[in-house]
Unconditional design. Structure first.
Lengths: 123, 123
DNA sequence: AAAGATATACGAATTGTTTCGTAGAAGTCA
DNA sequence: TGACTTCTACGAAACAATTCGTATATCTTT
């Protein structure tokens, strides 16, 4: 349930592009860094074994698909990260992330709405 | 400059308690999980080699101290995490972390002030 | 059919991290 | 002093993640 960093990169591609072949995924990954075809292949095979990806055979191709959702996985990773890096304080993380981000007015407005929703005292 | 997970645990102890001996650190770590003394020793030696910890000899003891700051390290890890897990969107991370946290009214108020500060249009 | 391109499978090297056993030095105590 | 405890040093095993070479099967093209 906890993908490694390389696995996460592959998941990102599959989440963004939907079901894909190894070559398609590898092509995407290659844009960011050099990575051999068989390396990607091997990783995706392992992920399939682990149950992270499904695989359907389409002629001689294999088409892979993420079996775990993006938001769900992010939440999982986030929980872990808050624990290990921020000793469990989600608030500290939020403040720090926010303080260093260049948020657009739209984003800030969305955030504002979320806060209003969270705060029962607010009106 | 990017501590591993185990190294981070040791840093947490040093940040929380200040300069410490291996035994002191190991005792802290032992509260959370079983870990041998020499394991902690070895890790701290490696961290010293890497320049993550300073070391002063005090009789036959070695006293270790974190050479990197907590906030600075958290920022670094956070940047990385936003990239790998949230494809660079700090906002998405913030919203998700916030949505799933039980923030106290005080925390929400602090956050509100931060947002007001960030938003130039706000008054 | 033969040559070339492109798939998957898989073993294994490489690299990085964590864990621990053992040895020797240095203190403590009866 | 001798037994005991408690340090540090260090090699190496154990484990995990990543990378890649090579073998073999399957298309495609001429």
């Amino acid at each position: 349930m906890k993908p490694t960093e390389s696995e996460l990169e592959i998941l990102q591609v599959l989440w963004a592009n939907g079901p894909s072949t190894v070559r398609q995924v590898n092509e995407q990954l290659s844009q960011a860094k050099e990575v051999g075809y068989t390396t990607t292949l091997k990783l995706m095979q392992i992920m399939h074994e682990k149950g992270l990806l499904s695989r359907t055979e389409e002629g001689r191709y294999h088409i892979y698909q993420a079996l775990i959702g993006e938001a769900e996985t992010q939440q999982h990773l986030l929980d872990r990260f808050v624990d290990t890096a921020f000793r469990g304080s989600a608030m500290k993380l939020v403040m720090q992330a926010l303080g260093n981000s260049k948020a657009t007015p739209q984003e800030l407005a969305a955030l504002q709405r979320l806060i209003d929703n969270l705060n029962p005292e607010n009106n």
